[in-house]
Each structure stands twice: as C-alpha cells, then as structure tokens.
Ligand binder design. Structure first.
Ligand code: APR
Length: 241
C-alpha cells in the first residue's frame, strides 16, 4: 500500500510495462524485436538517414497497434490519482502511446515524444497531429504511401525521441523531481537514460517505489518494490492519509 499524505507531491515515471496489459509490446521483453531488428536499429537518427522508409514502417506498425489498444486498469488508476492529487501529481511517461490521456489523465509529460504526432526533419515547423501510416505496398491492395515531405522540402518524421537525441521537457521534469516527496516508477526496465537515473536524483529525500513484475536494473535505488502487473496492483495501491 502506497500511503500519500495531504502534503505529499508525487512524481510518477511510467514505462512500456504499463501498456503491456493493453497489448502494446514492451521493448526488451519477449517479442520485443521487430522483424529481427532491435529497437535501437530502427529508432535512431542513423536509421533515419539510412532508410527512412523502414523507420516509417516501424512507426506505422506502432501507430496501428496503439490505435487498436485500449487503456487498462493501471492507466485508469493513475487518471483517478490525478483527480485526487491535481497538481500534486507529476505524470511523466517514456511511452509514446496516448493511453494515459485516453484513460483520462490530463497533465502528461511525454519525455520520449508522441506517436500520433509528426514533425519536419529540417525546418522548425511545430509538431502536428498525424495518425496516418506510411508503408510500402501491401498484398491487400492498400495504396502505398511514400515518405511524406514538408513544404520546405524536408522529410516528415515521427515526433519521437530516438536513441542519441535529447528527450523533451527535461527542465520541467527536473523541477518535478526537485519538488517530489514520493517517486514511483512503474513498468520500466531502468536501462535507458536519462529516465533510469531519476530515482537516484531523488533518493534520500523522497520515498522511492517500484511497481512491476521484474527487477529493474536500478532496483538498489528503490526503498519499496511491489512485484506484479501494473493493471492488477495499481487500482488498490494508493491510500490517502
Ligand atoms: N506491469 C508493469 N510492468 C510490466 C508489465 C506489467 N503488466 N509487463 C512488463 N512490465 C515491465 C517489464 O518487467 C520491464 O521491466 O515493463 C518493463 C519494460 O521494459 P522496457 O521494454 O525496457 O521498456 P522501458 O523501460 O519503458 O524502455 C524505455 O527505451 O526503447 C526505448 O524509448 C523507448 O521509452 C522506451 C525506453
């Protein structure tokens, strides 16, 4: 049971594990490979330079999977937590899907970007909503869509943070980490920086809690661990003092 007092400020970091029960595969679990590519091979500036079509095929697949998925009871529990805590909750996700929002969370910080947005790889045009898929010809006769172009001539890319790029909203996140008295990581392997180090930054002055079925790489930094699936644990995890 995670006790939350009337003065606590809670920082939550979610990872792929919270969407696993919605049918969105994690990156490093079983089935985490896409056509034998590790995610690092299709989610990097280098991959984009080498083969933008392949990158769009990967993100088109992810758009289809995420669009078909529904929020689970873990996402819903965090949306209810926001209703109780309002701005005393900082919800930071590494996920690019929109399942937190579809469960009702309002203030979600997507540090790795958003799957249903795109942007130009050349000009500074703002990221825009885009749920289209850009894939080569398929046997079902769907019209193939080429890599889309911006009016400036640049190529349109997914609005996601790739390996080797700097995550979004790091200033806002640093402020949230500074303020928090309770830090909870949910469903993340603790392998990808900078998110993996957030717990070490607050440790010693905030309670640090992990929720998930497997030990993350940074377990040592957590004071309490709740082993199990987010969708099963989170609905009854919070107690308000
Ligand atoms: N509930 C909670 N956690 C779960 C569940 C579940 N039902 N199922 C799996 N998990 C946990 C796994 O135990 C694992 O620790 O989710 C974690 C998923 O780990 P990763 O696949 O490494 O995902 P994540 O930590 O979010 O990856 C971080 O890496 O590839 C990049 O940008 C990508 O945001 C991603 C980042």
């Amino acid at each position: 049971m995670i006790r939350i007092s009337s003065t606590d400020r809670v920082f939550i970091l979610t990872g792929a594990g919270i969407s696993a029960e919605s049918g969105v595969p994690t990156f490093r679990g079983a089935g985490g490979l896409w056509r034998n590519h590790r995610v690092e091979e299709v989610a990097s500036p280098h991959a984009w330079q080498r083969d933008p079509r392949l990158v769009w095929e990967f993100y088109s697949m992810r758009r289809r999977v995420a669009a078909a998925a529904k929020p689970n009871s873990g996402h819903e529990a965090l949306a209810r937590l926001e209703q109780s805590l309002q701005d005393r909750l900082f919800l930071c996700t590494q996920n690019v899907d929109d399942l937190h929002e579809r469960a009702g969370s309002v203030r979600v910080v997507h540090m790795h970007g958003e799957l249903f947005k795109s942007r130009c790889d050349r000009c500074d045009r703002a990221p825009f909503d885009d749920s289209a898929t850009y894939e080569p010809a398929r046997s079902d006769g769907c019209t193939p869509r080429p890599v889309p172009r911006c009016r400036c001539g640049g190529q349109i890319r997914p609005h996601v943070c790739w390996f080797g790029e700097i995550p979004y909203d790091l200033d806002k996140i640093a402020a949230g980490l500074n303020d928090c008295t309770v830090f909870i990581a949910i469903g993340t392997s603790g392998l990808v920086e900078p998110a993996a180090s957030f717990v070490a930054r607050v440790r010693g002055r905030a309670r640090t809690i992990y929720v998930g079925p497997d030990e993350p790489a940074n377990t040592f930094a957590f004071t309490d661990c709740y082993w199990g699936k987010a969708g099963e644990l989170l609905p009854n995890a919070f107690r308000f003092d």
